[in-house]
Design a protein around this ligand. Structure first.
Ligand code: GTP
Ligand code: MG
Length: 325
């Protein structure tokens, strides 16, 4: 049986409003939450596709948020195991950088491996296997990362990208005092609603954005950069300071956890990193693999369509007839 009878009934006849649609319903029915929100005709179509076969899919999306200069791109490049020489060449991010499928998730080892064969589609369709057989799919477990530019003129488009399906890495420069107003050159915030905002205000803004667009459960990993020379005690103290910096925002704080709090530092003069990012890497894998859509089953046709799209990616315009085919 592909999905339960109740699932089928809901897909074909059920009317679900937002209040009735608790995420647990989607898990129970094994139907993605987004599908349950579609109109009845499209839900019907989903069911038809599902009858033809389904396949588990392992995709994750992480978004790196924080003020300009906090060290977002640096952190990403460290996760990619780039050399300090490369890292020192990093320039301020313009808009946002989308890194599709840059890491392979090694679930058992708790590691992220830089995906080497990026140009190949993530999904491989095996030959000589019946079309409706999930075994036909050989999937890779992949992670995409969106690295946001910290200048405030880009913030208006963030809600397009923030998603319930993603997890977040919030980067904060811990060498700055939380209550200090951010230099207006840093995030280009002069004469905007962000002028005179302190580091604390910006942090709250990021957390509120995640809360607003991604619901209560979106996990946030907090990374305090510029942590050179900080003792463990100072690190703990900084986290506690952050937690008390948002009085009356208890719902916002639910996105944070001391277990998802890390420090990162560079030791420039000696040409070496102070700390590795292995622990952060393991936490990312843990967060990804505990998200409810990890390994969710999708109609096989969707997977085939993705393969088709990735093969044709080089041609920017596709004829609709061909796509429909
Ligand atoms: N000392 C020290 N410098 C760091 C650390 N992390 C980043 N930097 C430096 O801070 C500067 C800004 O780093 P980026 O990674 O470009 O910062 P970003 O958050 O991506 O900035 P935007 O792209 O402008 O939003 C660079 O010169 C980095 O070398 C750190 O932990 N310690
Ligand atoms: Mg950057």
């Amino acid at each position: 049986m592909i999905i339960s009878k109740l699932g089928k009934d809901i897909l074909i006849h059920g009317i679900l409003d937002d209040k009735a649609l608790h995420p647990s319903i989607s898990i129970q029915l094994k139907i993605p939450e987004e599908v349950l929100r579609w109109d009845i005709e499209t839900r019907h179509r989903y069911l038809e596709y599902l009858k033809k076969g389904k396949a588990p899919i392992y995709r994750a999306r992480g978004m790196i948020l924080g003020c300009a200069g906090a060290g977002k791109t640096t952190l990403l490049e460290r996760l990619q195991k780039k050399s300090l020489e490369d890292i020192q060449k990093i320039k301020s991010t313009v808009g946002l950088d989308v890194h599709n499928d840059i890491f392979e998730v090694l679930e058992k080892e708790g590691e992220l491996e830089v995906a080497v064969r990026k140009c190949e589609p993530a999904i491989h369709i095996k030959e000589n296997v019946p079309v409706d057989d999930a075994e036909k799919i050989e999937e890779k477990k992949l992670l995409s990362i969106l690295d946001f530019g910290g200048q405030c003129m880009y913030y208006a488009c963030h809600q397009i990208y923030l998603s319930k399906r993603a997890f977040y890495i919030l980067v904060v420069d811990m060498s700055k005092n939380l209550e200090d107003v951010i230099d207006e050159e840093l995030c280009d915030q002069k004469d905007t609603m962000f002028s005179n905002w302190s580091h604390r205000d910006f942090l709250l803004f990021w957390l509120k954005s995640v809360h607003c667009y991604c619901g209560n459960e979106a996990p946030v990993i907090l990374v305090a950069t510029h942590a050179e020379g900080k003792s463990e005690q100072e690190m703990t103290g900084y986290y506690q300071e952050l937690m008390t910096a948002f009085p009356g925002s208890s719902t916002i704080k639910t996105h944070l956890s001391s277990e998802r709090y890390f420090s990162s530092s560079l030791k420039k003069p000696y040409g070496a990193y102070i700390e590795s990012v292995d622990e952060l890497e393991r936490k990312i894998v843990e967060v990804i693999t505990s998200q409810k859509h990890w390994g969710e089953e999708i109609p096989l046709d969707w997977a085939l369509f993705e393969k088709f799209i990735s093969e044709k990616k080089e041609t920017k315009v596709q004829k609709l007839d061909k796509l429909k085919e």
